[in-house]
Every structure is written in C-alpha cells, then in structure tokens.
Design a protein around this ligand. Structure first.
Ligand code: DGL
Length: 271
C-alpha cells in the first residue's frame, strides 16, 4: 500500500469533466499533490460497454499507481458504476479508492427521506441501476426516477452551453414524463455542473440540483483523516494533468472545468 502522505491523489475521468471534482478537491485540500488522467482517446464512456470501461479503468489505475498515488478517485459516474468494484480489488494492496456515487447516495439518503428524486446521467450510469440499488439499500422510502441524457456530455465537452440550442436540449430532457414532480435532481455525471445554471433556470430555482464534486472532496478528506494520509509538507504543490489523446479543444475546455488554465500532457494508455 502506498501510504506516504506526500504521495499524490490520482483522479480520473473519460475526459475533462472530472476536473469539476479535481477543482473541488484542490479547494478543500490545497496542499495535496494531484495527478489527473482524462481518457480523451476513449471519450465518451457513457455509450461504452461495461467491459470496455473496466479495461480502460484498469489501464488508468496502472498509470496512477506507477505515479505513486496514495488514493485513486474515480471522478466519473460511468466508470464508478462499471468499474469501482473491480478496481477496488485490483488496487487493493497499493492504494485506496473512492468513487463519485457513494458520497452522493449518502447525501441523498440523509436528506431526502420520503421524497421523489430525479437523476440525469449517461446511458452507462442509468442502465447500471446502481443509484437505485444503493438508495433502495438504505430503506429510506426515496423514489428515484432516472433519465439517460446522452447528448449532454458531448455538448458540454465541446464548450457548447449557455445558448439557445443547449437551453432547448436541456429543457427537452427535463420535460420528460420520468422527471415530473421531483423534489430534487441529482447530476449523475461529472460534466453536468457546467450546466447547473441552465438547469436551475428551467426549475426557477425551485428544487435543489445536486452534483457530487464537493461531497466527493469531503469523502476524500475524511478518508485521508481516517488513514493519516494528509500531506503535511508545505512546499510547492504539484498538479499534473495527463490525457490519452491530445487536441487543442481538450486543452481549451480544461479552463471551463478546472476554472484555471492547465497544461495537458499526452500519456498513452497502451505502453
Ligand atoms: N463525466 C463522466 C460521468 O460522470 C463521463 C461522461 C462520458 O464520458 O460519457 O459519467
């Protein structure tokens, strides 16, 4: 197990959306070193099979373990639903592992007992039924209604939002029968915080629209506390960002997700 507190936190997603989680982690844990991996060569994960996402996730875990990461954060709902259990086994002796689903389930089951909660996410996440299963396990009489919204991630990754067409696509999805009369909406994709404003506008701010970034950062903080893994060195903090395929569009979109410019380095998954 890599238990050195000065080791980095590894974070990965299919692309740059997981940077919303990385940003929340940076805000809450500013002294932690970080290695981010965006699997842009295989983006989007949402329409891939479970087996394909598992294979990519294992390869990414290998890269992050080689970089000496003490914890791996799966900053992607699609990969969390397809590969968390497998990765937990795979990295068991070498690093801790955190997914984006359990912190959200904890928040929902603690705060929405007896309520009707909507969820939007990728096809992979929604078809996996993982949120419904985990929420049902808590036995809190919460009704979950989920809708796959596959156009949203590519639209956001292209930087295509806050315009008339994105408003139209978002409202077409949110008007679906499945999502009527809900008391809260879960954003079950790490890309979606970028369209939160448009979603809030659709609902006139009348219901909570919840993403997992801050909950995941908090879960990570608790984990570091529990296992005495906080970095207590106070030198310069290193944050490295890898992508499996490089285009300028990806570099441009990192600023939207991470809220500052980052330099992407290309790192193949297959050597
Ligand atoms: N951001 C990811 C998620 O949370 C992946 C979206 C995709 O690649 O389709 O599901």
């Amino acid at each position: 197990m890599n238990n050195s507190p000065s080791s980095p936190i590894g974070i990965f997603d299919s692309g740059t959306g997981g940077l919303t989680v990385a940003h929340a982690i940076k805000r809450l844990l500013p002294h932690e070193h970080m290695v981010y991996f965006g699997d842009t060569a295989h983006f989007p994960y949402g329409d891939k099979s479970e087996a394909a996402i598992q294979a990519y996730s294992v390869k990414i875990a290998d890269v992050l373990l080689k970089k000496g990461c003490k914890v791996i954060v799966i900053a992607c709902n699609s990969a969390s639903s397809a590969a968390y259990e497998l990765l937990k086994e795979y990295v068991r002796k070498e690093a801790h592992i955190i997914n984006v689903i359990d912190p959200m389930v904890k928040l929902i089951t603690q705060n929405f007992e007896g309520k009707r909660v909507g969820l939007i996410g990728t096809k992979r996440t929604v078809q996996s039924g993982i949120y419904a299963r985990k929420i049902a396990d808590a036995k809190k009489n919460i009704t979950l209604s989920s809708l796959a919204t596959p156009l949203l991630t590519p639209m956001i990754e292209e930087g295509f939002f806050n315009n008339q067409i994105s408003h139209e696509i978002i409202s077409q999805y949110l008007k679906e029968e499945t999502l009527q009369n809900i008391d809260a909406l879960i954003l079950a994709c790490t890309h979606y915080p970028l369209i939160r404003k448009e979603i809030n506008h659709f609902y006139n701010n009348s219901i909570p629209v919840i993403d997992s970034a801050e909950e995941v950062a908090l879960a990570l903080k608790e984990h570091l506390q529990k296992y005495s893994l906080f970095n207590d060195e106070r030198g310069p903090v290193q944050r490295t960002f890898y992508v499996s395929d490089y285009t300028e569009a990806f570099e441009a979109s990192t600023r939207l997700f991470f809220q500052e410019k980052v330099l992407l380095e290309k790192h193949s998954l297959w050597n």
